[in-house]
Design a protein around this ligand. Structure first.
Ligand SMILES: [Zn+2]
Length: 225
């Protein structure tokens, strides 16, 4: 069965590249967003997003529409850097109440002002326009984790049963300007930050992380039907 998919422009990078997005399913009241490649050196998230893309092309019958953005920080993915093309950490640059210009960690530059980066301006507009019922943000880290912000418990529990990643409401250190706070806490748009195993083999990501994500989507499908 072929799937309805629209190739759309999510936004532009600071270096002027198009950020592609793929919208699966018909227009539905319930929207889900899946972001990969927020940090360009965490290519495991890009890989899993691409695997979902291939899966959705042949199997998509959910009760919600999904917007999949495999390479949100496209400049960073190309350069294999955490930061975007202007050297800003996109997951510290969102206009949260706790945003700060202070450089808490040299690896996580927050940018000159909240939402200074075009990638995040597109993301904020998309979130405002679509009010998604769930957001998955695919990262990778030495410690695997399902970081829940907002009402994510049911999805996280179902995913944990498959992948075993620990469920944590906080990542363990302050993350001002991050998506979990911006969308999950301050706007009530449940946001699950998935920390995939950094450096994992493609075969492991396909065998474990992809089915875990599909299980999470299955939970949402039942919930929204
Ligand atoms: Zn990350």
């Amino acid at each position: 069965m072929s799937t309805s998919v629209q190739c759309t422009l999510f936004g532009k990078t600071s270096q002027g590249l198009d950020i592609p997005s793929f919208v699966f399913g018909e227009q539905k009241p319930h929207q889900v967003l899946i972001l990969g490649g927020v940090h360009g050196d965490e290519t495991e998230g890009v890989l899993v997003a691409q695997a979902l893309y291939a899966h959705f092309l042949s199997h998509y019958s959910y009760s919600f529409q999904t917007t999949l953005v495999p390479t949100f920080n496209f400049d960073g993915v190309l350069k294999k850097t955490r930061v975007n093309g202007r050297g800003v950490d996109l997951n510290r640059n969102l206009p949260t109440k706790d945003w700060s210009p202070e450089l808490f960690n040299p690896r996580y530059p927050p940018g000159p002002k909240p939402c200074s980066e075009p990638e995040n301006q597109s993301l904020v507009k998309w979130l405002e326009d679509h009010q998604p019922k769930f957001v998955f943000s695919l990262h990778s880290f030495t410690k695997t984790m399902l970081n829940t912000n907002g009402d994510c418990a049911e999805v996280a529990k179902a995913m944990h049963a498959i992948c075993g990643y620990v469920i944590e409401p906080t990542i363990g250190y302050p993350t001002p300007g991050c998506l979990g706070t911006y969308a999950g806490i301050e706007r009530g748009l449940p946001t699950l930050t998935v920390e995939l195993p950094h450096g994992a083999l493609t075969s492991d990501l396909l065998a474990v992380a992809k089915p875990a994500l599909l299980k999470g989507l299955e939970v949402l499908d039942r919930k929204f039907k």
